[in-house]
Design a protein around this ligand. Structure first.
Ligand code: CA
Ligand code: CA
Ligand code: CA
Ligand code: CA
Length: 410
């Protein structure tokens, strides 16, 4: 028996070695970095969410400190030159978490705000036109603190948003009253002018956070975040599937014995769901980027990790035209004093086609990625020269991906 195990381990090690050699020989087939730009004001700013706009150029939304933090929307052309910039929000602090192009050619922002009269955070939604001029701004009027992190447009020009809220949940079995302190996932069905048509709260007496929502082929929703009610008492990736009214079909935890976080979920062309986040349970040390593919019933099809000894964080994912994935995040290499943008391109099974770090000689954070018209990538995030120096908005443009191009020719 021992001999069989030793033999198996040798074969396993050899196959890992062969895989490594293979990956190295193909590793030159990456897109080129075409440009890196930082955008700065007098004070702090940073980018949270990027998109390749249908009228050309790129749009990055985040925050900019004027008197307080405000939502900032910056439109640049294909070369990264500023076309327009708009500040949105009201009297308090306003943060953007996601920007989305809407079917009318404008944009919608999901975030949160501590509006003047309010003593806590409110989920906030801002609709702007194609030049960033405000059309409406709506704050969630729930009595407890709420935030929104993700928004999608439904096919009737309405919106679905997810975030989290304190309290608001239904009491659990054996509980007299649900208290108003624990955090729960908050799903909002919004009308075309941003008013809540309905809201749903999901969670237990532990904390649950919602970070991403996508629309399923059945008109229902898939929600990803994290829960403190994880296996072995630690944090797990948390996934909820609902119908189009937000009624729960199923919910699942994923991860191992340490902390695992879900950041973004998208429905794939195969009809499954792909989730990106970070894990401390598996991988090469500290946090690693965590990729999970699940089917529509929530069954895990496969999971992968990417990273090195330091912290490697997955923030954003898109499906490429060949059915693979592009992931953007941040890596904190142990042999360096600063962070880099971390990009991972995989095939449809999550096997690595290439990885790349982007370093602008400072602290780069890769928060969001989109695919450009010519099959390259636009990455948005933040940059600071030194750890506690003023932060700036960061954009990185990559040329066409040879991996996608090669597969297209075939
Ligand atoms: Ca809870
Ligand atoms: Ca866990
Ligand atoms: Ca790591
Ligand atoms: Ca760096």
């Amino acid at each position: 028996m021992k001999k069989i195990i030793v033999g198996f381990i040798i074969i396993l090690l050899l196959s890992i070695l062969i895989c490594r050699v293979k990956n190295k020989s193909g590793a030159t087939n990456k897109p080129e970095v075409e440009w890196i730009y930082t955008y700065e004001g007098l004070l702090e700013e940073g980018g949270k969410s990027v998109l390749a706009a249908s009228d050309g150029g790129y749009l990055i939304a985040g925050f900019k400190y004027i008197k307080f933090e405000d939502v900032n929307i910056l439109k640049v052309d294909e070369k990264g030159k500023k076309v327009w910039e708009q500040i949105e929000g009201d009297f308090g602090r306003d943060y953007c978490e996601e920007v989305l192009e809407t079917s009318d050619g404008g944009y919608i922002i999901a975030g949160y705000s501590d509006f003047f009269e309010s003593k806590n955070w409110d989920a906030m939604f801002i609709k702007v036109n194609e030049l960033g001029d405000p059309i409406w701004l709506k704050n969630d009027d729930s009595p407890t603190s709420s935030r929104s992190y993700s928004i999608k447009e439904t096919n009737d020009n309405s919106f679905i948003a997810v975030g989290y809220i304190r309290g608001g949940r239904i009491p659990m079995w054996g509980e007299e009253d649900a208290d108003d302190k624990d955090v729960n996932i908050y799903l909002l069905g919004l009308g075309s002018s941003g008013d809540s048509i309905w809201t749903k709260v999901f969670g237990s007496d532990k904390n649950e956070f919602g970070y991403s929502v996508d629309i399923d082929s059945d008109g229902g929703y898939i929600i990803v975040g994290k829960t403190d009610a994880g296996s072995e008492g630690k944090v797990d990736v948390y996934v909820i599937k609902t119908d189009s009214y937000g009624e729960e079909y199923w919910s699942k935890n994923f991860g191992g014995s340490e902390d695992d976080y879900g950041e973004e979920v998208i429905r794939t062309t195969s009809g499954d769901f792909i989730i990106v986040g970070s894990t401390e349970s598996f991988g090469s040390g500290k946090k690693d980027v965590y990729l999970l593919k699940i089917n529509k019933w929530g069954r895990l099809l496969w999971s992968k990790t990417y990273g090195n000894e330091g912290n490697d964080i997955g923030n954003s994912i898109k499906e490429t035209s060949d059915g693979g994935y592009i992931i953007a995040g941040t890596t904190y290499p142990v042999d360096k004093k600063n962070s880099d943008v971390y990009l991972i391109r995989t095939d449809s099974l999550g096997d690595t086609l290439w990885t790349m770090t982007v370093d602008n000689e400072g602290n780069e954070q890769g928060n969001s990625i989109d695919i450009t018209e010519e099959g390259g990538y636009i990455v948005g995030g933040s940059f600071s020269k030194l750890l506690y120096a003023k932060s700036m908005t960061l954009l990185v443009k990559l040329g066409p991906d040879p991996q996608t191009g090669y597969l297209n020719i075939e």
